[in-house]
Design a protein around this ligand. Structure first.
Ligand code: GGG
Length: 359
């Protein structure tokens, strides 16, 4: 008997609904492993959470890189519990550390209208909305360079720099152009704001134009972020691959899924394409303190993140089966969670997807 591919996964539920949706992702991964020829070993970690911070005074132990750096991937839930830990402390102490230290410079976020999911955009049907947001994930507006002077006085000044490096910009653009090149429409859209942000954004535009020369078969355009958000709502069918800086990509990848019904279904892959470090897979949504503990959170974003992880691990057939199972279940109103107008619990939806997995 041949030994199935064994994947070692670091599992970090984090905060709030992360603790409720991660078990559903694991349930689906186990079902996929039973159906396809692979296996998982899960190591569970309680750090990168605000509970851990309250006990230890930091979000992660000093040796966190050694603890999870040898895994094949990280399966992450959500972080943030502003009642106990300020959001910038919890985010910078966890997710942003992972992204930077493991050089996960691509944040890949699919946006797709699924069958049966009620969308706020009238008249749209599945197939109309099917694109990727490729978000730069290690620099840009998310920099720690800056400071306050004259704090707590009327002369207070607060400055935060945006950082763009040629290596950092070019590598995410190359990833996005290559993704566009592999897709049928071969269309790339760049998010900019070079009329107002007059140094870094013109640089971003220049690098996009330079990179485009290497991909003559990809048709590309660019929009300022303000009108781009309007186009997401009014013309979501225009888009195929949208590449954006860290902040713009973060905003667009909440807006995109909201246009398809709910951000509860959206996944993200924080990817180190060279595989020198583990990549991290998570739902786009955060810890949602307003519904945490009620077991009504939509687990689809976490489960779709599991599909992205399977694909990254080379389990393409299993990944496709998970996405098919998600589509089957979302089309059935009895398994929809509250954000989609249904009454199913997190576990009922997760179990239905696990049960729907087939070859
Ligand atoms: N599962 C994603 C999560 O917990 N997100 C919290 C958050 O604030 N994320 C901001 C970001 O992705 O940069």
């Amino acid at each position: 008997m041949t030994r199935p591919n064994l994947h070692r996964i670091a599992v970090i539920p984090g905060d709030g609904i992360g603790k409720e949706v991660v078990p559903e992702g694991l349930r689906v991964l186990e079902a996929a492993a039973a159906t396809f020829d692979c296996a998982f070993h899960f190591d569970h970690f309680d750090f990168a959470s605000c509970d851990y911070y309250q006990q230890h005074g930091e979000m992660m132990p000093g040796d966190w890189k050694a603890l999870i750096g040898g895994h094949d991937a990280i399966f992450f839930g959500a972080v943030g519990w502003p009642e106990t830990v300020p959001d910038h402390v919890s985010l910078w102490g966890s997710l942003i550390q992972f992204r930077r230290e493991f050089d996960q410079y691509v944040n890949l976020r699919p946006v797709r209208l699924m069958p049966g999911v009620p969308t706020p955009l009238a008249g749209r049907v599945p197939g109309d909305i099917d694109f990727y947001v490729v978000r730069e994930n290690t620099e840009g507006e998310y920099s720690s360079i800056g400071g306050r002077i004259f704090p707590d006085t009327e002369r207070e000044v607060v400055i935060q720099e945006t950082v763009m490096t040629r290596v950092g910009v070019d590598r995410v653009l190359r990833y996005a152009f290559e993704l566009a090149q592999r897709r049928e429409k071969k269309h790339l859209t760049s998010a900019t704001k070079s009329n107002g942000i007059s140094i870094t954004m013109p640089y971003w535009d220049e690098r996009v134009a330079a990179m485009a020369a290497d991909y003559p078969d990809v048709c590309w355009d660019k929009y300022h972020i303000d009108i781009l958000t309007a186009h997401f709502v009014q013309h979501p069918d225009w888009f195929d691959v949208v590449v954006a800086s860290n902040l713009f990509g973060d905003i667009l990848s909440d807006l995109g899924p909201a246009c398809t019904g709910t951000i509860g279904i959206a996944p993200a892959g924080n990817i180190n394409p060279e595989r020198r470090f583990p990549s991290l897979f998570e739902p786009v949504h955060g810890s949602a303190p307003d519904i945490a503990g009620q077991h009504i959170a939509n687990p689809v974003g976490q489960i779709w993140a599991a599909a992205l992880m399977l694909d990254h691990l080379g389990e393409g057939r299993a990944a496709a089966a998970v996405v098919r199972a998600i589509e089957d279940v979302l089309a059935r109103p009895e398994y929809r969670t509250r954000d989609l107008g249904g009454e199913a619990s997190t576990a009922e939806c997760g179990k239905a997807i696990a049960d729907a997995i087939c070859v």
